[in-house]
Design a protein around this ligand. Structure first.
Ligand code: CAA
Ligand code: NAD
Length: 285
C-alpha cells in the first residue's frame, strides 16, 4: 500500500470523522485546524466518538488509546510534509480551498495525492490551483463518517490511473465502498439529495406541514432514517446554504436555489446541531 501517512485539513464535522476512520484503519494521521481552540474542539469530537465505541463494546480502551496515539493534531502546514495522501475537509468555499491548497502545495511531497471532500465544487478547478492536477481527486465522504459506508471518488480529465488505484485501495482499507463519479457539481448523491432537502424547506414555507410532521411523513412514509429537517440540522444549515449557492450558480435551476428561510436561518446563526439551534433546539442534548 503506497499510502502510509494521511493528512486531513479541517477538524470539523467531516474532518474529525475522516481522521478517526483513517487512524482506526492503522494509518498515521495528521489533522490540521486553523487555531488551537478549534483543533481542541475537533479532537474532542474524535475522543467522544471513540469513547462511545468503547462504551458499546465495539473497541477496547487499549484500542482507543492506540487509535488516538496515531492522530497528531496541528495548526501548521509543515506537519503535513511527509503525508502520502491529504484529504481536505475545510469550509465549502472556493477561495478558502484554493488558498489552502496553495499553502499545502509548497510543503507537501510531490508524490502526495490531494483529495477534496467538497460537496458541490467541481474538482477540476481545485486541482488546477495546485502543481499536481494528475494526483488530485474528489473523495466525498458522508456524515457521520464513521458510520456511512459510501465514498464518492471523482476523477477529473487530468487524474492519472495510478493515483486512482491508490485511492481505491485506501477507500477499501478504511472500510468504505467507493463509487466512481464524473466531475459534475454535487456528484451523484448531492445532485439528488440537495434538491430534496431544499424542497422540504419550500414545503415548510408554503405551509404544507410543520417541521415535525414533514419529518415524520418522510420517516414513516418512505422509511428514511431521518426526516429532511433532522438531516438539514445534522449536515449544518451553513454548509447546506454554501452548497445550494454553488449548485445554483452551476446549474441555474430553481431546484438548487437556496430558499429565503434557509438564508435567514444562516444569517440568524441557526446552523443546526453544531450551533445548538436549527429547525430543532439541540441546546439541551
Ligand atoms: N459517530 C460514530 N458512530 C455513530 C454516530 C457518529 N456520529 N452516530 C451514530 N453512530 C452509530 C451508533 O453508535 C450506532 O451504532 P450501533 O448500531 O453499532 O450501536 C449506529 O450508528 C446507529 O446509531 P443510533 O442507533 O444512535 O441512531 P440511528 O439508528 O438513528 O442512526 C444515523 C443514526 C446513522 C445517523 C442515521 O440516522 C442515518 O443514517 N441518518 C442519515 C444520515 C445521512 O443521510 N447522511 C448523509 C448526509 S449528506 C452528506 O453527508 C453529503 C453532503 O455533502 C452534505
Ligand atoms: P465544518 O464547518 O464542521 O468544519 C470545517 C472546519 O474547517 C472548521 O472547523 C474550520 O475551522 C476548518 N477550516 C477552515 N479553514 C481551514 C484551513 N484553511 N485549514 C484547516 N482547517 C480549516 O464543516 P464540515 O461539515 O466538516 O464540511 C467540511 C467540508 O466537507 C465541506 O467542503 C463540506 O461541503 C464537505 N461535506 C460536508 C458534509 C456534511 O454533512 N456536513 C458531508 C460531506 C461533505
Amino acid at each position: 500500500m503506497a499510502i502510509r501517512k494521511v493528512g486531513v485539513l479541517g477538524c470539523g464535522l467531516m474532518g474529525s470523522g475522516i481522521a478517526e476512520v483513517a487512524a482506526k484503519a492503522g494509518f498515521d494521521t495528521v489533522v490540521r485546524e486553523v487555531s488551537e481552540a478549534l483543533l481542541e474542539k475537533g479532537m474532542g469530537k474524535i475522543r467522544g466518538s471513540l469513547g462511545k465505541a468503547v462504551e458499546k463494546g465495539k473497541m477496547t480502551a487499549e484500542e482507543r488509546d492506540a487509535v488516538l496515539g496515531r492522530i497528531h493534531g496541528t495548526t501548521s502546514f509543515e506537519a503535513l510534509a511527509d503525508c502520502d495522501l491529504v484529504v481536505e475537509a475545510i469550509v465549502e468555499n472556493l477561495d478558502e480551498k484554493k488558498a489552502t491548497y496553495a499553502a499545502l502545495d509548497k510543503v507537501a511531497k510531490p508524490t502526495a495525492i490531494f483529495a477534496s471532500n467538497t460537496s458541490s465544487l467541481t474538482v477540476t478547478q481545485l486541482a488546477m490551483a495546485t502543481s499536481r492536477p494528475a494526483r488530485f481527486v474528489g473523495l466525498h465522504f458522508f456524515n457521520p463518517v464513521p458510520v456511512m459506508k459510501l465514498v464518492e471518488v471523482v476523477r477529473t480529465l487530468l487524474t492519472e490511473d495510478a493515483a486512482l488505484a491508490e485511492i481505491d485501495e485506501f477507500c477499501r482499507a478504511i472500510g468504505k465502498t467507493p463509487v466512481a463519479c464524473k466531475d459534475n457539481s454535487g456528484f451523484i448523491v448531492n445532485r439528488l439529495l440537495v434538491p430534496y432537502l431544499l424542497d422540504a424547506i419550500r414545503a415548510l414555507e408554503e405551509g404544507v406541514g410543520s417541521v415535525a410532521d414533514i419529518d415524520e411523513g418522510m420517516k414513516l412514509g418512505c422509511g428514511y432514517p431521518m426526516g429532511p429537517f433532522q438531516l438539514l440540522d445534522f449536515v449544518g444549515l451553513d454548509t447546506t446554504y454554501f452548497i445550494a449557492n454553488i449548485m445554483f450558480e452551476e446549474y441555474r435551476e430553481k431546484r438548487f436555489a437556496p430558499p429565503p428561510l434557509l438564508k435567514q436561518m444562516v444569517q440568524a446563526g441557526r446552523f443546526g446541531k453544531k450551533s445548538g439551534r436549527g429547525f430543532y433546539d439541540h441546546s439541551k442534548k
